[in-house]
Design a protein around this ligand. Structure first.
Ligand code: DGL
Length: 274
């Protein structure tokens, strides 16, 4: 079974991509809605909460765990990976997004938007530096060092959760957040938050056709293909009965209602305590 961990229902944008690419697997989705949002929390708190959520998924028998939340991936992935030492395999969403962005970038001007905590962690910058070999522009003159332009967008998560996707207030706020990135002439923008794929069309429109927009939710699922190729034993081990289970640490009703919007289908949700 694949476990998907998120701070709430945002990770359903990741789950949605998994269900499209790999409908055959069994899934257990855990949204820690009781402690949501993670974005404004300290690194220590995010580590503690992520550890508890991952512990729960391990106890349920997940052989592969995806930390779908960017904030948790940025602040806590290393700690949970160190604890479990590869058994089960625990993966985050940052590296696939970074590799995709570097692969697509033409001039190495990469923007990043995310929660306050994701941006403050500097984790995306570290991964961009570590994977700089993925940046291979055709034009040799463009082969300068990659420059990263991070921008925290703390208001976007609540706006998306309120369903204000097409609201003029959301457009105005989004335009404000994106302005410095436009001025920096970024050529690639990483959507470093589970909620932003719901605003992707609007973001693409605002950034214009010279900027490629990379969704970390989509990139993380696309990267699994080569991961499974390199680790066929994991692919073999994962059960494939097509079951899905959704659990949350808070009200299942609210989770079901909002989660359905993220996933694009109705879901039954159970409450869990751990
Ligand atoms: N899931 C979080 C992320 O991707 C956004 C919501 C939160 O702050 O918990 O960063």
């Amino acid at each position: 079974m694949i476990g998907i961990f998120d701070s709430g229902f945002g990770g359903l944008t990741v789950m949605k991509e998994y269900l499209k690419q790999y409908p055959e697997f069994d899934y257990l989705y855990l949204g820690d809605q009781a402690n949501n949002p993670y974005g404004p929390h300290s690194k220590e708190r995010i580590e503690q909460l992520t550890m508890k959520g991952v512990d729960f998924l391990v106890k349920q028998g997940c052989q592969l765990i995806i930390v779908a939340c960017n904030t948790a991936s940025a602040d806590a992935l290393r700690a949970v990976q160190q604890k479990y030492e590869g058994r089960p395999v625990i993966l985050g969403v940052l590296i696939p997004a970074v590799q995709e962005a570097l692969g697509q970038s033409r001039f190495g001007n990469i923007g990043l938007i995310g929660t306050r905590s994701t941006v403050a962690s500097g984790a995306y910058e570290r991964e961009l530096e570590k994977h700089s070999e993925c940046y291979q522009p055709n034009d040799k003159r463009a082969r300068e060092k990659v420059k990263v332009y991070p921008q925290a967008c703390p208001l976007l998560v609540p706006l998306v959760e309120e369903g204000m996707l097409k609201n003029p207030a959301t457009r105005m706020i989004l335009r404000n957040y994106l302005r410095p990135l436009k001025h920096a002439h970024i050529d690639t923008l990483i959507l470093g938050c589970t909620h932003y794929p719901l605003l992707q069309q609007e973001i693409e429109r605002m950034m214009g056709k010279n900027c490629r927009v990379i969704s970390s939710s989509k990139a993380s699922v696309m990267a699994m293909r080569s991961y499974f190729e390199q680790h066929p034993e994991l692919l073999e081990k994962l059960s494939k009965n097509g079951t899905r289970k959704y659990v949350t640490t808070d009200s299942p009703e609210r989770f079901g209602e909002l989660g359905g919007r993220f996933l694009g289908e109705r879901i039954e949700v159970e409450r869990v305590e751990y």
